[in-house]
Design a protein. Structure first.
Length: 362
C-alpha cells in the first residue's frame, strides 16, 4: 500500500514517519536502538536499498546525538583525551568505509547486487554483535552491582572515566574498527565502541562511558554522513520523513522513561535485533523464527540463572519463599527485583527506588 502524500515541495512517506517515531521512542525510552533498529527496518520492511538506508540513518543520527553530547559536556563527564584518540581512528576509518562501499557500488566490474549483499551481511553481523554486547554489558553491570551490595557500597565504584590513563594505541584501534563498521552499516557508534573500551579499560563502568561515547560519536557519525552526502548518496525525502517522526519520538520516549522501567522494551529490542541480524545474514525464515522463539522461551530462564549466580560469581541460589516461575517472569518482564537480604521479589511496589534498576541492567 502506498503511504506517500504530497506536501508541496516534496512527497512525504507517512510509513517512514511512523517508523521514525517508533525508533525515536525506543531510543528515548531505553537509550538503545538507533542505527541498529532504523537501518534494518528501512531495508527489510520498506525495501529501501542498503546504501540509502545506511546514509539516511546516519544523517538522522547526526541531528540527534549532539543533544545528549552537549548535556554531558556541560556536566563535565567527558574524557576529551579518550575522545581525541577515538576520533583519530574512527573518523578516517568511517570515511574509508563509505568510500569503499560507494566505489564498489559504482564499479562497472562489480555487480550492484553483490554490493547490496555485502552491506546486508555486514549489517547482520553488526546486529548480532550488538545483541552479544548488550547482554555482555548487562552481565558485567550485574556482577558489579552484586559486588557493591555485598561490600555495602553505596553509589558508583570503579575508576572514573576522567581519571584513567589513556592507552593511545588500543583506543586508536577501537576507533578504527568502530569507524569502518559505522561507515558501512551505520551500526556500532555506541554499543560496539563502548564494549571495546570496557575491554581496554576493564575497571571502568559502562555507565561512566556514556558521555565520552556520545561525544566521540558526533564527529564519527558526522564524517560518515557528510561523506555519503558528498558522494551523492543523500536522499532528502527518506531522511526528512524519518526526522519528522524520530525527533518527537525521542522526546516522548525520554519522558516516559523518567516515569517507569524500560526493561521489557530492552528485551523486545534484543529479540528484534537478533531476528533482523539472522535474516540479514541469510538465515532461512523458518530458522529465524525458531531462533526468536528459543530466545523468548529459554532466554528468561538463562537470565534467571545469571541473576541467581550474581553474574556467574557463585553457584545458583535463591530464596525458597519465591517459586522459580515468578523469578523467571521477573527476568522476562524486566521488572527490577526487590532485594531484602537474600530475598528476591518481583512484587511491583512503590518501595523499589530508582537505584534498584541497576540490579537488572538488561
Amino acid at each position: 500500500m502506498d503511504t506517500t502524500v504530497d506536501v508541496g515541495l516534496f512527497s512525504l512517506d507517512v510509513g517512514l514517519v511512523i517508523a521514525g517515531l517508533l525508533v525515536g521512542f525506543v531510543v528515548g525510552l531505553t537509550g538503545m536502538g538507533g542505527g541498529a533498529l532504523m537501518t534494518p527496518i528501512l531495508i527489510l520492511f520498506f525495501g529501501i536499498d542498503p546504501v540509502t538506508a545506511v546514509s539516511s540513518d546516519l544523517v538522522v543520527s547526526l541531528l540527534m546525538k549532539p543533544v545528549g553530547a552537549a548535556v554531558h559536556l556541560r556536566r563535565g563527564t567527558v574524557n576529551m583525551k579518550l575522545v581525541k584518540w577515538l576520533i583519530i581512528g574512527s573518523v578516517p576509518a568511517a570515511v574509508a568505509g563509505v568510500l569503499l562501499i560507494t566505489w564498489l557500488r559504482r564499479s562497472e566490474t562489480v555487480n550492484p547486487d553483490s554490493v547490496d549483499l555485502i552491506i546486508k551481511t555486514a549489517l547482520g553481523i553488526a546486529l548480532l554483535l550488538s545483541v552479544a554486547t548488550m547482554i555482555g554489558k548487562a552481565t558485567v553491570s550485574l556482577r558489579q552491582h552484586y559486588r557493591d551490595q555485598a561490600a555495602g557500597v553505596v553509589g558508583q565504584t570503579g575508576d572514573s572515566v576522567l581519571g584513567i590513563v589513556v592507552k593511545p594505541i588500543p583506543t586508536l584501534v577501537i576507533g578504527m574498527l568502530g569507524g569502518v563498521i559505522v561507515g558501512m552499516t551505520s551500526v556500532g557508534s555506541g554499543s560496539l565502541i563502548i564494549v571495546g573500551l570496557l575491554l581496554a579499560y576493564p575497571t571502568l563502568r559502562a555507565g561512566g562511558l556514556v558521555g565520552t561515547d556520545l561525544v566521540q560519536a558526533v564527529p564519527l557519525v558526522g564524517a560518515a554522513a557528510l561523506t555519503y552526502i558528498l558522494v551523492g548518496e543523500f536522499h532528502a525525502d527518506v531522511t526528512v520523513a524519518l526526522l519528522i517522526g524520530a525527533l518527537p519520538g525521542v522526546y516522548v520516549g525520554a519522558r516516559v522513561s523518567s516515569r517507569g522501567q524500560a526493561g521489557i522494551i530492552r528485551r523486545a529490542l534484543v529479540l528484534v535485533l537478533l531476528a533482523s541480524g539472522l535474516k540479514l545474514v541469510g538465515v532461512p525464515p523458518l530458522w529465524v523464527g525458531a531462533g526468536a522463539l528459543a530466545l523468548v522461551l529459554i532466554g528468561p530462564v538463562l537470565w534467571t540463572v545469571v541473576r541467581s549466580t550474581n553474574g556467574f560469581q557463585h553457584p545458583p541460589r535463591r530464596d525458597p519463599d519465591f517459586p522459580f516461575w515468578r523469578l523467571v517472569w521477573a527476568s522476562a518482564s524486566g521488572v527490577p527485583p526487590r532485594y531484602q537480604g537474600e530475598s528476591i521479589s518481583d512484587d511491583p511496589s512503590a518501595g523499589w527506588g530508582r537505584e534498584k534498576s541497576a540490579a537488572d541492567p538488561l
